[in-house]
Design a protein. Sequence first.
Length: 263
Amino acid sequence: MSTVSGSIHTRGMLKWVFASLALVAAALAWVIDGTAELSSNRHLTGDPSMIRTESIGRSVRGQPIAVVERGDPDATTKMLVVGCVHGNEPAGIGIAEQLESVPLPPERDLWLVEDANPDGVAAGTRTNARGVDLNRNFPWRWGPHGHPGDPHYSGPRPLSEPESRLLARLILRIRPHVTIWFHQPFGLVDESGGSIALEREFGSLIGLPLRRLLRFPGGATDWENARLPGTTAFVVELPPGAPGPDGDRRYARAVATFLRQSG
């Protein structure tokens, strides 16, 4: 064999060896990841009090948005709580945080998105970082509304924003029996188009009246109630200001009680 042909043969063998090693490494990584995921799922299934945190996407400015799952993942009764969707209405974030530790009833599955608009919270604005009102950006009777700079701007098209898209994907994935969306500052529970009985029950638990707010195209609860018939999504308008630690715990305990009663 000539020196040239031997060199070519050697290089070919080395490429084959490196390619084989890469395939083996990829296979091992897949096995390890899969094993870890299965182990985590078994742990959660075996221990209903286990908390699992999952990243569901990022905001316009790249801030991570997470969902926390608590309780029994095999439960048929699932509840989702969204602590904040408008950045200048952040009072529900503390309530969602408290819900990570309050006692939960058995055979229930609770999902928590503490802050769905971290860019807006950081800037103190209703909208996200592109100036879009996320609660006008869902595909329920959506239409162009406002313009950039308007705090109620609906965006260029439905689900144009990463925050609204990740919320929609999460809702369609877990299909919650009840979803509570915290807003401010009117101090009421909105008749949002789901079960009025459930909305009234929650209002009585937290001491807020039941009222019917104006409907606007692109609303999250309207989309959810239309998209998932038989479920109930509703808005809780907290009073102005921050509830404080005691208020957060009181609201969180009311949510846990409501979860037990709404199964």
